[in-house]
Design a binder for this molecule. Structure first.
Ligand code: GFB
Length: 318
């Protein structure tokens, strides 16, 4: 049964140029009965409280999906905790508070599986949030996202607001950011191996030990799950969004090498740490809603590499 019907609604998606935001817009684009609002960064800085207030007062969306954020892989999270905490916190506060001020009917706050305690039991359950310390490498980001999730819960308790928080696993896919330092592992490895292949390098350095396990979900599948949750989920407990499929970083690297055609050595140089050893989500709520990913890891990696090859905005691509 539909709990919140999207038909005929105006929907504001923040972060529409990012990996997840663009996938959500592609999914919403297939629904002719939805009016989609986005705002370019040049027109709306989500860290600027007054600007967000003005934009919301002018456009009055009925639904908000907050997918914008300062995001990145393990290296920028460790190097720039001030920016990751400050920017994500002000965006969360501005978007959630002004949604309430302007009578938004449903709000989806996008959090991340990295907000779970480093030592929480696996698979990770929303009940275990905030039970012990965060993984230190992304603490600033996790703190900001946790405040956003709490704010949604508090608006529900205090004002009966239909605000939900979703916790996706590691996402990848079309429209990802390719940068050797700041990208997440999949785009970073596609870039490194592609360049090594082009230059005939016989070895490349990867970070950590290769032993950590990660759960990956293709961004367009995540977007489908998010719209499903938007229409069918309403609770103060955040909901996990994952594929249920785990892989070690070393095995992931071998699969990417196969797709790119790179035959040199892979050296785990431990220049950067491993981060959290494992973060497998408990996806029983998503299963209950009937969600199944359509794109498996191999297919998704191939599609991502095709997107990478077709892009002309990647500075370090040779
Ligand atoms: O994707 P990633 O940067 O983020 O790294 P996290 C995943 C794993 O891949 C780590 C290893 O164990 C890395 O050490 N790795 C190996 C590499 N080689 C590379 C490389 O060249 N580049 C990168 N990036 N990783 C993030 C959080 O954690 O998860 C973010 O820091 C975010 O806040 C994201 O929430 C979903 O999975 O470790």
């Amino acid at each position: 049964m539909v709990q919140f019907d999207l038909s005929g609604r105006s929907v504001f998606v923040t972060g529409h140029t990012g990996l997840l935001g663009s996938a959500i817009c592609r999914q919403l684009g297939q629904r002719r009965d939805v009016l989609l609002w986005t705002a370019a960064h040049a027109d709306l800085d989500l860290c600027d409280k007054a600007a967000v207030e003005d934009w919301m007062a002018q456009h009055r969306p009925e639904v908000v999906i907050h997918a914008a954020g300062r995001v990145g892989g393990i290296a920028p999270n460790e190097k720039y905790p001030v920016e990751f905490l400050n920017e994500n916190l002000s965006m969360a506060q501005n978007v959630i508070n002004s949604s309430h001020a302007h009578n938004v009917r449903k709000l989806v706050f996008m959090s991340s599986s990295c907000v779970y305690p480093k030592n929480a039991p696996q698979p990770l359950r929303p009940e275990d949030l905030l039970t012990s310390p965060f993984e230190p490498s992304n603490e600033g980001y996790a703190l900001a996202k946790t405040v956003g999730m709490r704010l949604c819960q508090y608006y529900r308790r205090e004002y009966g607001a239909d605000y939900i928080s979703l916790l996706p696993c590691n996402l990848y896919g079309v429209g990802d950011r390719y940068d050797a330092f700041s990208s997440h592992v999949i785009p970073a490895l596609l870039l490194k191996m592609h360049n090594a292949q082009v230059f005939g390098q016989d070895q490349i350095k990867l970070w950590g030990t290769g032993r950590p396990l990660r759960e990956f979900l293709y961004a367009d599948d995540a977007a489908r799950a998010i719209l499903l949750a938007l229409e069918h989920y309403s609770d103060e407990l955040p909901m996990n969004i994952g594929s249920g499929a785990e892989i070690t970083i070393a095995d992931l690297a071998l699969r990417i090498a196969e797709i790119v055609g790179y035959q040199g050595k892979l050296i785990f140089a431990e220049e950067q740490g491993d981060g959290v050893p494992r973060k497998l989500l408990d996806n029983h709520m998503l299963d209950y809603l009937g969600f199944k990913p359509e794109v498996d890891l191999l297919q998704g990696l191939k599609q991502s590499y095709e997107d990478f090859l077709a892009r002309d905005d990647i500075e370090q691509k040779m």
